[in-house]
Design a protein around this ligand. Sequence first.
Ligand code: FE
Ligand code: CA
Length: 489
Amino acid sequence: MRRRSFLFGLGAFASPALAQASPFPLGVASGCPRPTSVVLWTRAAMPGPMTWSIAEDEAMRRNLRNGSAVAEARWGNTVHVDIEGLKPGRPYWYRFTSNGQASEVGRTRTAPDFATNPETLRFAFASCAQYEHGYYAAYRHMANEQLDAVLFLGDYIYEASWGRNLVRRHDGGRATMLDEYRARYALYKSDLDLQRAHAAHPWIVTWDDHEVTGDYTNDIDQYDPDPAHFLVQRAAAYQAFWEAMPLSNTMRPQGPSLRLYNRYRFGDLAEVSVLDDRQYRSHHACRATLGRGKPLENCDERRDPGRTMLGREQEAWFADGMRGASARWNVLAQQTLMAEVDRGPGERHVYWADGWDGYPVARQRLLDAVAASPVKDTLVLGGDVHAFWAADLARDFASAKAPVVATEFIGGSITSQGPPQERLSRYAAKNPHIRAALGEVNGYGVVVLDAKKAAVSFRRLSDVRDPAASLSTLRRFVVERGRPGATPG
Ligand code: FE
Ligand code: CA
């Protein structure tokens, strides 16, 4: 049933001129895959009624169900349909229709049933898609992967322009209001390669900072340290995020709050814990947010045990999940680099305030929960740093003898510009638990899980500035079950 490129050789995607006239100009998407349910998504050009249908075949002949939905202006003309009663572990095809005009057909896939033991699972993991920095060829290639789901790990949009040698431009300035965030999602989603990646696979999503604003922490950001004011902006950004993503109706934002953290189980092979390390975290240590620079040196506050990355509730939920875990693999889908990176030149010790390094005691608690799980094989997947990283996560980064409890991979960036390789190589040399830090390339990661191992491939684009860029594999790693740590594969 798994066929590559099923949609894309058939002219299913209209030319840009025709797409303009489509009642669904941003395409279709699906997400939140569970054994018997999935969420279907689209955004209508105009508010009003539409119908959806889901079928067992690509040609939509074995129609399973139809329904109606209403695109409401107050939710940005988006429609989220929670489809229940599906069969586990199989593909489905779906489309929307309005006034006799149909959307393209999207493909989705339910998760395998809890009680089954799938032979393999395949996930892409990706982050950081600054529209101005490059074309979305990586998304086009992702559409052609065989996947159970895409794990999107944050910075789907950027609220503001930045970078050098831009290939295309945002059509607005810094987004702070609901209509500005909506327009930013509409611009990014107007890209047909992104539409293809959504139409080809169900997505499981989390966010990082730029869905709201760069390096915000909980209720303040560097431009707006007044929580009462900033939370109005956060509410707008969270609403626009919910509107734009294939998220369940049960996850609608409540004012400035949106519960995004969640667990997804794929048979007995993997349990994916999606984390949110932005909404509930402590502010940057040593007031790093407020114009004093993000690198922290000699900052005792960093080690304050009261500091949190996930917030008390999510932390307890996570520890509970780890205690009760029973799949072969625990997969953490989260947004920022978890491995400690001492960035100081020579004898100096310098840590980045905005990543897990700004919250080392909270990280320790998280890794303690991972180590206490009856499931001994844990992968941490992340984004944010605009480079490919592989790292061994030990309970004590300072000791070479400390046991490794999890293995971390970061799958580059779809487009966003990152640090020079020379700097990354310096970090890797100073921090021996870093097994790779590869920059100046763009792409995404693919992880293939089976009962014996996790095989991770770093997929690299030939040139992010070329809309027709090709894809190749930059590096492969293997994590064997029972032996955490990244080894070249
Ligand atoms: Fe980013
Ligand atoms: Ca980020």
